[in-house]
Design a binder for this molecule. Sequence first.
Ligand SMILES: [Ca+2]
Length: 67
Amino acid sequence: MVDENRTVSEGYPITVSVDGHKADLNDDGLINIPELMAFIDRWKASDGVTKTEVLDARDIWFSGGVY
Ligand SMILES: [Ca+2]
């Protein structure tokens, strides 16, 4: 992602940016069930979320939610 405030970043996992995980709505470094469910809903609605990203978020949640 590149805009006037950011530089290109490389080496991050697909769904984790400098702003945190896409599923982490409050950017607290933790993905909880409401956030995971909301992320799945976005995937079902084709709202910019891929199945791979959902599976990634689910794996993070399974392992405690911390990413
Ligand atoms: Ca969170």
